[in-house]
Design a protein around this ligand. Structure first.
Ligand SMILES: Nc1ncnc2c1ncn2[C@@H]1O[C@H](COP(=O)(O)OP(=O)(O)OP(=O)(O)O)[C@@H](O)[C@H]1O
Ligand SMILES: [Mg+2]
Length: 279
């Protein structure tokens, strides 16, 4: 599904409040991997709630394969869009409320799709195998007894269970240790045809797997840059409060010092290999 944001603005209905988003326009093609970056409070979570049609633009429009969100809302057809989008909210484990981890895992699938128990279980087993977790065990234990990494995996698996065309992740690695972050990133990198829109304060982590970055600062879109052009925009991003990934800053510095010869890379591991080969 292609998504187009056309001059979207959003105002929370609190008297005297500023616009949470102002005049945002961009489009996303099916299969793209996009990082949404920007300082705290800039409007990133608001943007993804709009993209998931949880809230409606105060001004402007969002089109899903050309269909306006306002038209879909009037026709009470927003569910048909929302069931095609999987969402992992910020700190999803804080929103767990089911008695067993299995109920937590399968809740959205049950809610949005009319599937029989056998199919729900078949899909659960298939996906949990990828995550190295046992469905039998999940049926026995409370989601709160899982480790923090396992809780995050459970929430991601829950979002993936319906095989969404679009996966939206709000700070998916926040508060995770390096190995948990690595596993989650690997999992996301395997989703080849799925559109992934992820909000992150850790662009460094996701740089190897994204095609494009959308920068939001003070409620406005300040950047919509393909990964290969990021390097040329580091200083303008910084002036909007967006700190560049270390792996790019180092290469930028090396370039300005006249140390060339390495192709642009997006992983620290690769950069070290390349520099080592030059020594
Ligand atoms: N439910 C709400 N009611 C009123 N104002 C809100 C609400 N949620 C967010 N805001 C305000 O909207 C603005 C954008 O918030 P948002 O949560 O989208 O930012 P963010 O970029 O996701 O921040 P963070 O990086 O801290 O998660 C902020 O000024 C925030 O205070
Ligand atoms: Mg947020």
């Amino acid at each position: 599904m292609n998504i187009e944001c056309i001059n979207v603005s959003y105002l929370y209905e609190i008297p005297g409040d500023e616009w949470a988003l102002r005049d945002i326009s961009f489009s996303i093609r099916q299969g793209e991997k996009i990082a949404v970056i920007g300082p705290a409070g800039s409007g990133k979570t608001t943007l993804i709630q709009l993209l998931d049609a949880l809230i409606m633009p105060t001004k402007g429009d969002i089109r899903y394969d050309g269909e306006s969100v306002h038209t879909l809302s009037k026709a009470r057809k927003l569910t048909s869009i929302r069931r095609r989008i999987g969402v992992l909210f910020q700190f999803p484990e804080h929103q767990f409320f089911h008695e067993t981890a299995y109920e937590e895992l399968t809740f959205s699938l049950r809610n949005f799709f009319n599937l029989d128990e056998r199919e729900i279980e078949r899909r659960s087993r298939e996906i949990m195998e990828r995550f190295g977790m046992d469905v039998g065990l999940l049926k026995e234990i409370s989601p709160f007894r899982l480790s923090s990494g396992e809780k995050r995996k459970l929430a991601l698996a829950s979002a993936l269970l319906s095989a969404p065309e679009i996966l939206i992740l709000d700070e998916p690695t926040a508060g995770m240790d390096a190995s948990g972050r690595g596993e989650l990133i690997k999992m996301v990198s395997c989703l080849q045809d799925t559109t992934v829109i992820l909000v992150t304060h850790n662009l460094e982590d996701f740089l190897p797997i994204v095609d494009r970055c959308i920068g939001i600062s003070h409620a406005e879109l300040v950047a919509d840059i393909r990964r290969e052009h990021l390097m040329d925009r580091l200083s303008s991003l910084l002036s909007s409060g967006i700190v560049s990934p270390l792996v790019l800053s180092i290469q930028d510095r090396l370039k300005s010092e006249g140390v060339g010869g390495c192709p642009e890379v997006y992983e620290m591991k690769r950069l070290i290999e390349c520099l080592r080969a030059k020594l």
